[in-house]
Design a protein around this ligand. Structure first.
Ligand code: HXC
Length: 520
């Protein structure tokens, strides 16, 4: 090549070639499946024109199975950095048009490079997964590549936000990178995750199951809890990533960005004074309360379909990001069970790791009793939530809306677990257990002695009424300072904003240690 212009032309043509990935035929096939290519996804996700690509000329180095001549510039992943809402993010997107996005040693090297850069710069890393797993021809080098990625996921955990989207297959050990990240988004109908696919399942267990049934988006959103968000389309999934990041800081040393609040700080929400039903066994929807108190009624719910008896979501108060954990009386009376405990514990720990204050809305009848829960280890799983709250050092504001019974009272960000500001609505019921259970325990011998059923019922009703008078209120707890104030429901937004403002300079450090031993 004799002049510079020729060299520039060569560069342009190489770039064009790289941008075609596995070629037009495979791109068309990707589109036919209702999927976008890696580059299309990146373009949709990032701020327009912000993408800077790394390693476009990397090629695989495998000589097995005669693939040394089957080369695609950039290999099976597109990597680089760009911005989302003008904030730096690092990204990798597996390119299904190249060897089905299957991971090679070179691909792993590219992915690790962006992860290392993200750590140095203190910026989130986003992985868009669409891959046939380990590249079979590369054998152990592909496995080594995965392990290198896992190691980086682990070291980055709690330092920078890590987000995974699954927009195609994600099978075998490959699933463990998304599992190690903070949030996973799956697109409906086009994505699936499993450790072993349907064929292996059939041969090992005899079970016949489709990919969708085994590891589709809905399954992981509702049954396993592996995915945090389900999107109908890839576009929606990418929008979820943008929205999610808007609530998060860039890293664990920063605070989440402040938004301009367009909702009145002192807005009174009169409807909240009437939202709690008179009958304590009647449910209501706690998301109506969330909508009523947060900025503009907007929130982003994580794991909406999993353990719906507890709500975990991001929202803002006066422009400040918070994580909200709320028992949901609409499902299972808002009881704490294994799944709810695990879900909320992970959310609390995420918020704490990334300096996001925690607001807890309590209406919980207790832990779910029974053999299924005990055999499943509710003790250990409930302890996770207890541990997470007790370990968290971010500002913690708690509002007891109605029931707060037994161990669940202690767990749900109580004063005793270093809750900073704990309020109760006048409808708060804070006691060891509900009236009927308590009377059963305290008066079982007296009840047994009464033979006439009507007299028995009257006795129980009388004792229950006595108990409710004494304990089904927030003032017993307020008497001891376990709640800082009993507040009028319609003032809740204002009181929480005030509380958060007062806690802005909170400093609390746990004892030095290598790490805690959370009951995993
Ligand atoms: C190399 C692969 C590949 C792989 C797919 N391809 N998977 N190449 N290694 N693992 C190639 C195909 O040869 C094909 O190449 C192209 O990708 C597209 O694949 P198709 O089969 O034509 O596509 P589709 O019909 O959509 O099926 C996609 C698929 C299927 C379901 C992912 O390809 C598949 O089952 N692949 C194997 C999945 C798997 O078992 N992976 C190993 C998991 S275990 P051409 O040239 O025709 O375009 C694992 C261990 C990781 O990953 C451990 C980490 C610790």
């Amino acid at each position: 090549m004799d002049n510079q212009q020729e060299k520039v032309k060569q560069l342009i043509s190489l770039r064009e070639k790289a941008r075609l990935g596995g070629g037009e035929k495979r791109i068309a096939s990707q589109h036919e499946k209702g999927k976008y290519t890696a580059r299309e996804r990146i373009a949709m996700l990032l701020d327009e024109g912000s993408f800077e690509e790394f390693d476009m000329f990397v090629q695989h180095r495998c000589t097995n199975f005669g693939i040394s001549d089957t080369q695609y510039l950039g290999d099976g992943v597109v990597t680089g950095y760009g911005t989302i809402d003008n904030r730096l993010v690092y990204i990798y997107a597996q390119d299904f048009t190249v060897f089905g996005g299957a991971l090679s040693e070179s691909m792993a090297m590219k992915i690790c490079k962006v992860m290392d850069q993200a750590m140095k710069m203190g910026a989130p890393v986003i992985g868009l997964n669409d891959s046939g797993g380990a590249r079979i021809q590369e054998s152990v080098n592909a496995l080594a590549g995965y392990a290198e990625i896992f190691q980086r996921n682990i070291l980055a955990s709690g330092v920078i936000p890590q987000i995974s989207a699954i927009f195609g297959p994600c099978a075998g050990g490959a699933v463990y990178s998304p599992a190690l990240t903070d949030f996973t988004i799956m697109s409906e109908g086009t994505s699936y995750m499993f450790v072993t696919g349907p064929k292996v399942v059939k041969s090992v267990t005899g079970e016949t199951v489709t990919q969708e049934q085994l590891g589709g988006a809905k399954v992981h959103a509702s049954k396993s809890g592996v995915s945090h968000f389900v999107s109908e389309t890839e576009e929606d999934g990418l929008l979820v990533i943008r929205k999610l990041l808007s609530y998060l800081p860039q890293n664990n040393l920063e605070d989440a960005p402040l938004s301009i609040c367009t909702d009145a700080v002192d807005r009174l929400e009169d409807a909240l004074n009437e939202i709690i039903p008179d009958n304590p066994n009647k449910p209501y929807d706690v998301t109506d309360i969330i909508k009523g108190i947060v900025d503009n009624g907007e929130y982003l719910e994580s794991q909406k379909l999993y353990a719906p008896n507890i709500v975990t979501c991001f929202a803002r108060f006066n422009g400040q990001s918070v994580g909200i954990i709320a028992n949901q009386p609409k499902y299972l009376a808002g009881v704490l069970d294994i799944n709810a405990s695990r879900k909320a514990a992970r959310f609390v720990r995420f918020c704490d790791a990334f300096n996001i204050p925690i607001v807890t809305l309590v209406d919980v009848p207790g832990f779910l009793p029974g053999t299924a829960q005990e055999y499943g280890g509710i003790i250990i799983h409930g302890a996770k939530l207890l541990f997470a709250y007790g370990e968290a050092t971010v500002p913690k504001v708690t509002v007891i809306l109605r029931k707060s019974y037994g161990g669940a009272y202690c767990v749900m960000s109580s004063k005793h677990l270093r809750g900073d500001i704990n309020y109760s609505w006048p409808s708060g019921e804070i006691a060891v257990m509900g009236a009927s259970g308590a009377i059963e325990v305290l008066y079982s011998k007296d009840i047994a002695k009464i033979e006439n059923p009507e007299e028995k019922a009257a006795f129980i009703a009388e004792k229950e009424a006595e108990y409710k008078d004494a304990f089904a209120n927030p003032y017993e707890a307020a008497k001891y300072g376990y709640v800082d104030d009993v507040i009028e429901p319609r003032n809740t937004r204002f009181r929480i904003i005030r509380a958060l403002q007062s806690l802005a300079t909170k400093k609390l450090v746990n004892p030095a240690k290598k790490h805690s031993n959370i009951p995993l």
